[in-house]
Design a protein around this ligand. Structure first.
Ligand SMILES: [Zn+2]
Length: 344
């Protein structure tokens, strides 16, 4: 349609139009994003300069004229008693709002609980050296425990710096525990910290495993920290996160950086120990690895293990979110599927 053709039609159509909807249709037809006049204005940039000089002003002038005519017609319709006026009492259009990812919700809640228990929230690196991820956590190179963590090693990462801490290959941290070392190197006890963050494991992906997931590391160090302090913090945390009825239980376990090491189980928040599919009818869920900080770890950061004690634990945040929000598959977290997000 040429400018002339538009001119011939548009004003006739505005003249004949009987209501607001028709008027809006005319606006869209000529001035909308794909409107006939809009197309002409958009194509101007591809024309030779002489043509552009001729057509440009005409098209812009017509656009202004159409806008004025539309406004005039709108005023006319508003003031014309035969036209059904706009009903301002009709419900408006709902503007869709965004949703927080269930993970963000959970992280906020967990940080709040720990903040109320007097913990500081600290962040740390996702790329680590072998030293921080393994050696300083009492896992030397020839230690079979290294096999417990399937590691992503980084290419071309032979360290230039020849200090012990930066020697060896770089890797994507396999757990949040290196934050313990970084923090203790630069701080003196007493302190209590938590550190949430991403960790990486070279593993096959399935409904309960992903190569990237989140952990939260908790560390408390002081002169007289005992297992009782540890139990109190763990119990308070899980009772605030799930419910007052939640119970915790400790099973002996092994992690090189704690002694004694334990596995923490919580009573199943869904069935309260009656038995359900979530807890596989056992009434309990395995939830965290933990223990009293190993004296060797204190030695690496130049603390004297005779005078300081501490506890540490690491929890998988995806697992907690899956239990809390009844999410069946870990892959949903990063699926980008809005139907998933909209449920929270
Ligand atoms: Zn259960």
């Amino acid at each position: 349609m040429s400018i002339e053709e538009i001119k011939q039609n548009v004003f006739k159509e505005i003249g004949n139009c009987k209501n607001f909807q028709e008027l809006e249709n005319i606006r869209v037809k000529y001035l909308g994003r794909k409107g006939k006049l809009t197309e002409i204005l958009k194509s101007l940039k591809d024309l030779p300069i002489e043509e552009r000089k001729k057509i440009g002003p005409k098209a812009n002038q017509l656009k202004n004229q159409i806008q004025v005519a539309l406004e005039e017609k709108k005023d006319f319709l508003i003031n014309n008693p035969e036209v059904k006026p706009l009903d301002f009492t009709l419900p408006g259009k709902k503007i869709p709002q965004g949703h927080l990812h269930p993970f963000t919700l959970l992280e906020k809640q967990i940080e709040e609980i720990f903040a109320n228990l007097g913990f500081e929230i600290v962040e740390s690196n996702e790329i680590e050296t072998e030293y921080y991820n393994f050696d300083a956590l009492n896992i030397p190179a020839d230690h079979p425990a290294r096999d417990m963590w399937d590691t992503f090693w980084l290419k071309n990462s032979s360290a230039k710096n020849d200090s012990l801490k930066n020697q060896g290959k770089y890797l994507l941290r396999t757990h949040t525990s290196p934050v313990q070392i970084h923090y203790m190197e630069t701080h003196q006890p007493p302190f209590r910290i938590v550190s949430p963050g991403k960790v990486y494991r070279y593993e096959a992906i399935d409904a309960s495993h992903d190569i990237q997931f989140h952990q939260l590391e908790c560390l408390m160090v002081d002169e007289n920290i005992s297992f009782t302090n540890f139990k109190f913090i763990v119990l308070s945390f899980f009772q605030q996160l799930f419910s007052k009825k939640t119970e915790v239980s400790f099973r002996p376990s092994y992690f090189p950086f704690v002694e004694p090491g334990v596995e923490i189980d919580i009573s199943c928040p869904r069935c309260h120990q009656k038995g359900c599919s979530l807890c596989k009818n056992t009434g309990w869920l395995e939830i965290a690895g933990a223990g009293m900080v190993h004296p060797k770890v204190f030695e690496w950061v130049n603390y004297n293990p005779k005078f300081v004690k501490g506890f540490a634990f690491g929890i998988g945040l995806e697992r907690i979110a899956m239990i809390k929000y009844n999410i069946p598959d870990i892959r949903l977290f990063n699926s980008g599927d809005l139907r998933f997000i909209k449920q929270f």
